[in-house]
Design a binder for this molecule. Structure first.
Ligand code: SPV
Ligand code: MN
Length: 631
């Protein structure tokens, strides 16, 4: 920690000159001179015309929300606390190509987009010179986790976007007071963001100069010429990469997982985490559970031999496409209630002041959307009909509106994690639910082997499986091999290891039809809950445990009031041995090209393959569950 006397006063003098008295006093109440020095440097670089320090007071929250509207970053709707933000047609999603992990010498990390730290820093600094001219810079302080918790990380966000701060005020706990109290004994991540020049629509103009550079060593992230929250909201996916790296060094897990509670007999609550690639049922699984702790991220540590987890966030940045009153009543109610605070992004804002997305009742009428003016039947330059609301349109709202919010959301000790669920879109191979034999087996054959079918966009690729270990590949800042090794070590350190499960809602029959119903996931959750407590039998297959038919009949009846036929059971739970062997081979090949993959991964895969081959030799390529022994 630098002392004021060691670094001199020049940066304080500079800050005093460029800030209002009020803002300056708020800032220097944080007695962390290396932080103040960094802020001065970034101010000097970006040259904002004014600076606003966000303490999290009601006055500040209102100022930010108002600024977002006044500056055209958000547009009003017919409800005063519902606003709409547009990212622009070229800035609607995370930018994989320009999101890079800065490492010294640019040393490659398998499957990760790395870049030389010095070159990257210079590049983004060059782009950022004067980037905030004529704009206001916000300086805001947040916790990534509950207050006064050993799980919690801290962050400082600098940005010229009121929308980014408005989002963070909804998604994270304001933590200015903690900084004042703890400084200089506080470690924190630093995020610098600028939307850059914006055009008359409010979209970032220079997206060709979009950069998202993540310096994991110094915990600094630079994000410029973009607005899409996945690229800009520091504490979301940018922090996730820093958190993964910190966890790797310190022996804990930072995951792209929800945390939810499932009730069992006697109203006990059993907590599960869930990792799913985008569009594979992550959110719907959270809502099929009984209580919600978090919907996207989890920090998991070993506390006295037990894995405990917190949700570092307090809001949701969820996909809105398809959200409807029948399937998602809870979210739908929040999104249509006149009193909730919601930022809609990239939906249709109709001239009537109402928002519309696919799934909302009523028809879309003329208005503004992610590509400018929209009217029914509008086509793009290529003659394609333009969707009224974008498939990656989203809502940002507080998790505290949820009726089934878990009462332990703010518990500094987190919740005990009894099970980890992994799910992908897999039409051909995996049964609807499967339990690993043990931690290592689950980590290797389920978590590290997670794949999901490629969809729509690349036509000829439909049906091909995309590798996405732990559903976190886009957000890894270390090699997938090291991430697997971390899970082995973490498991070894635990006295009680969570059970590992796989779910797959997308299995198809020979006719290419989905077999399961949307609501069935509630039954799989209830089965997993019983398994955690050893209260349900299972059938042992070469790839793990599956449910016994009679147990499912009972669970379908109790929880869904539905019959569960033997025919469906056979369809869903027959082992597709050839496909399972192919999966092992695909995964083996991928890890063979990742030099730091632990040997244990190959051993566990080899055992799985051997069991499958023996089964195929004795029982054939498709094995009905009734042919296998009860465990
Ligand atoms: C995801 O894609 O996993 C999201 C949205 O949660 S984003 O913030 O863009 O990553
Ligand atoms: Mn996510």
């Amino acid at each position: 920690m630098l002392r004021e006397s060691e670094v001199g006063h020049s940066f304080l003098g500079f800050l005093q000159q460029v800030m209002s008295k009020e803002a300056y006093e708020k800032l220097v109440a944080i007695k962390d001179y290396s932080l103040l020095k960094w802020i001065a440097e970034m101010v000097q670089l970006a040259r904002p015309s004014s600076i606003y320090v966000v303490t999290g007071s009601t006055e500040d929250l209102e100022y930010v929300a108002r600024a977002a509207l006044e500056r055209g970053e958000e547009l009003p709707t017919k409800f005063s606390k519902h606003t709409v933000h547009f990212d622009g047609p070229r800035d609607l999603a995370r930018d994989r190509r320009n999101t890079r992990i800065l490492v010294r010498g640019g040393t490659p990390i398998p499957l990760i987009n790395t870049y030389d730290k010095d070159l990257g820093t210079k590049e983004v600094f060059d782009i950022s010179k004067g980037i905030m001219e004529g704009k206001e810079m916000f300086i805001a302080f947040y916790c990534f986790g509950p207050k006064e918790s050993d799980f919690t990380m801290y962050a400082v966000q600098l940005t010229d976007s009121a929308y980014v701060i408005h989002s963070e005020n909804i998604l994270y706990r304001a933590c200015y007071d903690e900084f004042v109290k703890k400084a200089p004994n506080i470690k924190y991540a630093r995020f610098f963001h600028s939307a850059g020049e914006r055009d008359s629509n409010g979209w970032s103009k220079n997206v060709d100069k979009r950069r998202i550079f993540i310096d994991i060593e110094d915990s600094v992230v630079y994000s410029v010429n973009t607005q899409y929250a996945g690229n800009t909201v520091g504490l979301k996916k940018l922090m996730l990469r820093l958190c993964v790296y910190a966890g790797y060094r310190e022996g804990w897990l930072c995951e792209h997982m929800f945390i939810a509670g499932v009730k069992g007999p006697g109203d006990r609550v059993t907590y599960f985490t869930g990792a799913f690639p985008a569009g594979c049922g992550k959110t719907s699984t959270v809502f099929a559970a009984d209580t919600v702790v978090g919907d996207d991220l989890a920090i998991i540590k070993n506390v006295g031999g037990v894995a405990r987890g917190v949700n570092p966030e307090v809001g949701m940045f969820g996909i809105i496409d398809g959200v409807n009153s029948a399937d998602d009543p809870e979210i739908y109610e929040i999104l249509t209630s006149p009193t909730t605070e919601v930022i809609f992004s990239n939906v249709l804002l109709m001239d009537s002041g109402e928002v519309w997305w696919r799934g909302k009742t009523g028809e879309p009428g003329p208005g503004v959307n992610y590509a400018g003016r929209w009217w029914p039947g509008k086509r793009d330059e290529g003659g394609q009909e333009l969707l009224p609301s974008h498939p990656n349109a989203r809502f940002t709202t507080s998790i505290r509106y949820l009726k089934n919010l878990d009462p332990r959301i703010d518990d500094p000790a987190g919740v005990p994690i009894h099970g980890m669920i992994f799910g992908g879109r897999d039409p051909r191979t995996l049964p609807p639910v499967l339990e690993a034999f043990d931690w290592d087996h689950g980590i290797v054959t389920i978590g590290a082997s997670l794949e999901s079918e490629k969809t729509a966009a690349i036509l000829e690729k439909v049906g091909e499986m995309e590798f996405n270990p732990f559903a976190i590949l886009d957000f890894l800042s270390i090699s997938p091999g090291k991430f697997v090794e971390l899970h082995f070590k973490f498991g070894e350190s635990l006295a009680v290891k969570p059970k590992v499960f796989s779910v797959n809602y997308f299995l198809k029959d020979e006719a290419g039809k989905y077999i399961a119903d949307k609501v069935d996931k509630r039954v799989w959750l209830k089965w997993m809950e019983l398994r955690v407590h050893g209260e349900s039998d299972a059938i042992k297959t070469p790839v793990g445990y599956i449910p016994v038919y009679q147990d499912l009949v009972k669970l379908f009846d109790v929880y869904l009031g539905k019959e569960y036929s033997e025919d469906r059971y056979v369809k869903e739970f027959s082992l597709r041995v050839d496909q399972l062997i192919e999966k092992v081979e695909r995964i083996w090949k991928i890890y063979s090209s990742i030099p730091d993959t632990p040997r244990k991964l190959f051993e566990v895969l080899a055992e799985q393959k051997k069991r499958l081959e023996e089964t195929r030799a004795s029982l054939g390529s498709i094995v009905q569950p009734f042919k296998l022994d009860k465990h």
